[in-house]
Design a protein around this ligand. Structure first.
Ligand code: FE2
Length: 284
């Protein structure tokens, strides 16, 4: 699927932008299904907010339970401390996660197929395992910032293998919070894992543990990735990336998959685990 220049760019920069990987019809079907899931969602008093700035907003139990379910999480600015909605429900959801790819027919179809399997093989994933899916809304006006991080913090394997598949369902622009990356930041002296999200499964608790003090990229090191709907951005688990808040009037829906290589050892302290009753699957 990838030509030699794309493979070289993947190793050099740690990411690839693949315009038109999905049809606009596939994107529309995914978005329609996402909106239907939100419509059917009945928030209760214990509804969870999601913020990468303040992970304490999400109850550990709610996050852990979402590993094997389809759960909506609210935008930090969408509900008050008493759980009262401050914007219409359709504009209040930060994301849906984390087993859409296994439990929802529309997203299962979106998340599997020969094109994805071939791409994963070209990226060096010999036995792909899809651990999580997220529908990220980046709502107009209140879509939250996602600070610099590395996705490998959440999916530690030895050796490092986690690869992110980031599908733009709508145009992602500088105004509505497109991805920013540090090109080449996955390798060399800066390609170190800075943090690990550690789960104590016996206690049911989660914490972010600092591993390395290498600074996050400066503005001068950051590359924006504005992309059209249907584009797939794949990136290496150690690649630092972020996205700004969306203060524009347009949403920026994206769908992500996190995929490891089953030949690598998957850390038992990763928050997302699958048992024999709900095994992790590949991309084919
Ligand atoms: Fe990420």
């Amino acid at each position: 699927m990838l030509d030699t220049s794309q493979t070289a760019a993947w190793h050099d920069t740690g990411y690839l932008v693949l315009p038109g990987f999905k049809s606009l019809a596939d994107c529309a079907a995914a978005m329609a299904r996402a909106h239907a899931l939100v419509e059917a969602f009945e928030p209760d008093a214990g509804a969870s907010r999601f913020s990468t700035r303040d992970r304490s907003l999400v109850a550990d139990a709610a996050l852990l339970a979402s590993a094997a379910t389809v759960q909506c999480f609210f935008e930090e600015e969408a509900i008050d401390d008493a759980g009262k909605l401050l914007v219409p429900k359709s504009r209040a959801i930060n994301k849906i996660g984390h087993a859409l790819h296994d439990l929802d027919a529309v997203f299962s179809a979106f998340s599997h197929g020969p094109e994805l399997a071939a791409l994963a093989a070209d990226l060096g994933l010999q036995a792909p395992q899809v651990w999580q899916s997220q529908l990220i809304f980046k709502q107009p006006h209140i879509g939250g910032e996602v600070g610099w991080h590395q996705d490998a913090s959440f999916f530690v394997t030895a050796p490092q293998t986690v690869t992110t598949f980031w599908f733009a369902l709508e145009d992602a622009t500088l105004d509505n919070g497109c991805l920013w990356v540090e090109a080449g930041g996955h390798r060399g002296p800066r390609g170190v894992l800075r943090e690990q999200y550690v789960c104590d499964h016996a206690a049911g608790t989660l914490r972010m543990q600092s591993l390395n003090a290498t600074p996050w990229p400066t503005t001068a090191q950051a590359v924006p990735l504005p992309v059209a709907a249907g584009t797939l951005v794949v990136f290496h688990g150690l690649l630092p990336h972020c996205s700004a808040a969306n203060r524009s009037a347009k949403s920026r829906l994206a769908y992500t998959l996190h995929v490891t290589d089953g030949q690598a050892a998957y850390a038992p302290e990763n928050w997302l685990q699958r048992g024999g009753e709900f095994p992790v699957r590949g991309l084919g």
